[in-house]
Write a protein that binds this ligand. Sequence first.
Ligand SMILES: Cc1ncc(COP(=O)(O)O)c(C=O)c1O
Length: 355
Amino acid sequence: MRVFNFAAGPSVLPEEVLKQAQADLLDYKGCGFSVMEMSHRSKPYMEISLEAENLLRELLNIPQNYDVIFVQGGASTQFEAVPLNLHVFGKADYVVTGNFAEKAYKEACKYGDISIAASSKDKNFTYIPENISFRSDIDYVHITTNNTIFGSRYREIPKANAPIVADMSSNILSEKINIEDFGVIYAGAQKNLGPAGVTVVIVRNDLTDKADKLCPTMLKWSTQIKEKSLYNTPPCWSIYIMSLVLKWVKNLGGLDYIQKVNEEKAQLLYDCIDNSDFYTNNIEKRYRSIMNIPFVTPSAELDEKFVSEASAQGLKQLKGHRLVGGMRASIYNAMTVDGVIKLVEFMKQFELNNK
Ligand SMILES: Cc1ncc(COP(=O)(O)O)c(C=O)c1O
């Protein structure tokens, strides 16, 4: 039985995608074997990889002067790949708006003159700093567009005299973006794109030849750009599922539709929280994420009870991150409106029973 799965990642996948994968599992399009069992140099796999790239380009409206590659090692590997590709012993400014942003900053510190241009740590990451002044002679600025753990997101992408590098792991494909605001975007797939195992990197092509000689071949973006993400064995299955997810998004109506539904889902939950004096979400309203919504009840004991009773009713994986506590509802693209309505109904009933 399928339940409503609010996990932060790996997270819910569209049921249609899972059914298609199930149908293809033993025999992919008459090959007689699955995508997990085929050569990554075979025609069917190369078509899958190309289709995934083309769909991503279409959905995100990626201009031709940007390369799109599929790499491994998760978004965390890009924390180091970014400085190794864009400068070594150079300068970069980081905006620290959460745990992953801080991790990215710490990794980069090994490779140059890295500075925190702004941070929201002073208020436990409950807002996104704006009107930031960046240094004038930097190689890039790094931001994290959605903070998965704390539940905040950028409303405007900062402007700088240097390329903006964005970790978009937890909100890529959730709303329309202007790719040209960014020099580099990277995202682990395991939220809105597909299963864990593949990381998408989108790089403006004037930034692809700056890697230092110290940069490992496998971390160099140009390695996979030259080989069309086939330099070594790719995570074929993850890329195949991603291609199905992208097709699903396109068939629903693309990002116009997805964004509208995501905003509706988030509104339902925030309204429930704001209209009660039982639930609290501490993020400044302007910066609230539409993907990850943390909230607490008046006590840690009630939080625990909430998670366990919700789980018993098929509302799963709602426990908050250990850094924040309480609950977190991750409502990525594949979470249905129905799932959010069920959660809101449960929240209202739980409040009545425990006030
Ligand atoms: C915003 C963000 N950045 C980076 C990461 C780390 O990703 P990975 O586990 O793919 O290395 C995550 C994981 O949840 C994330 O949410």
